[in-house]
Design a protein around this ligand. Structure first.
Ligand SMILES: NC(=O)c1ccc[n+]([C@@H]2O[C@H](COP(=O)([O-])OP(=O)(O)OC[C@H]3O[C@@H](n4cnc5c(N)ncnc54)[C@H](O)[C@@H]3O)[C@@H](O)[C@H]2O)c1
Ligand SMILES: CCCCC[C@H](O)/C=C/C=C\C=C\C=C\[C@@H](O)[C@@H](O)CCCC(=O)O
Length: 261
């Protein structure tokens, strides 16, 4: 399905899952604003993508999702450049139990901030034209992961915030769909130097490595394909899509109001 005429904003766009999402969006004719703290990497990537897909279709914006000022300015520059925002992928995230406050700030507060700033431009009740927001959770957002309790908390927060926003949007008439992607282990930079990233839980690195062997590892492109499905399927709202080597699966959550159903 072509995304021609649509504009996307991707955070954490320079590497890993975010970069794969940028490329699949461009392959499907969307215009893409790449937001990342990696300025040199972002500028060189955007130059290369511009040569392949047209410089008018890509824009790099130096943006730290921890900064309201930078994030707000980046959204405005994207709208100024492309006219509107239809798709947002709040993807920027880190794994570091030693710097757990920063992990919360980026992984959870950054997603909330990106969601609220996106709604300022997309919300139909505020003159926007609707669209879809995809937030990056994790398998660690669906079950407790003992080697990284704070990371687990941030990802559970992302999944639940996304599902709550999906309901709020429906009730409020925002015209914006919200979905979470929950990958297993993905071969990216975040998935390297794991003992250091585990901080006080580094003694669990061996057990974690065993879990990796059991669960397998997927590619960033496999995640991007899953995200694209939730972008293009307009029936998807409030979903959490698990992506594993064995395939994709939409999660069914317990009905807390009528638990027996
Ligand atoms: N790799 C995995 O196994 C895995 C699995 C499930 C979910 N995730 C999630 O996927 C997302 C992307 O992770 P990845 O594996 O591609 O990691 P990565 O480290 O390869 O890429 C992360 C990107 O985000 C950028 N970034 C970091 N902090 C930022 C900030 N404050 N503001 C803006 N950009 C920032 C980095 O510069 C980098 O380009 C994260 O939210 C991560 O938690 C990763
Ligand atoms: C150490 C690398 C972490 C990468 C983080 C990234 O988000 C990938 C996560 C991938 C899989 C997570 C699986 C979590 C499973 C838990 O719900 C639970 O089943 C694990 C049980 C064993 C344990 O160590 O807790």
């Amino acid at each position: 399905m072509s995304l021609r005429g649509q504009t996307a904003v991707v955070t954490g766009a320079v590497m890993g899952i975010g970069r794969a999402m940028v490329e699949i969006l461009l392959q499907n004719d969307a215009k893409v604003a790449l937001l990342d703290v990696n300025k040199s990497g972002g500028e060189s990537l955007t130059e290369a993508l511009g040569k392949q897909y047209g410089s008018q279709n890509v824009l790099f914006l130096d943006c730290d999702v921890e900064s309201e000022e930078q994030f707000k300015a980046a959204f405005k520059r994207a709208v100024d450049a492309f006219g509107q925002i239809d798709i947002v992928f709040n993807n920027a995230g880190i794994l570091n139990e030693a710097t757990w406050e920063k992990t919360v700030s980026i992984n959870l507060l950054g997603v909330i901030r990106g969601t609220y700033l996106a709604l300022e431009h997309m919300n139909k009740t505020h003159g926007g034209r609707g669209g879809v927001i995809i937030n990056t959770g994790s398998m660690a957002g669906l079950g407790p992961f003992s080697c990284c309790p704070v990371y687990t908390a941030t990802k559970h927060g992302v999944v639940s915030f996304t599902r709550a926003m999906a309901s709020a949007s429906t009730v409020s008439g925002y015209g914006v769909r919200f979905n979470a992607v929950c990958p297993g282990f993905v071969q990216t930079d975040l998935f390297s130097n794991i003992p250091i990233r585990l901080g006080q839980y580094s003694h669990m690195a061996d057990a974690t490595a065993q879990l990796v062997k059991k669960m397998g590892v997927i590619t960033p492109s496999q995640v991007a394909e899953a995200v694209l499905e939730m972008v293009t399927d307009e029936t998807k709202n409030g979903e959490a899509l698990m992506v594993m080597p064995k395939g994709k699966e939409y999660i069914t959550f317990p009905n807390l109001i009528s638990p027996n159903k």
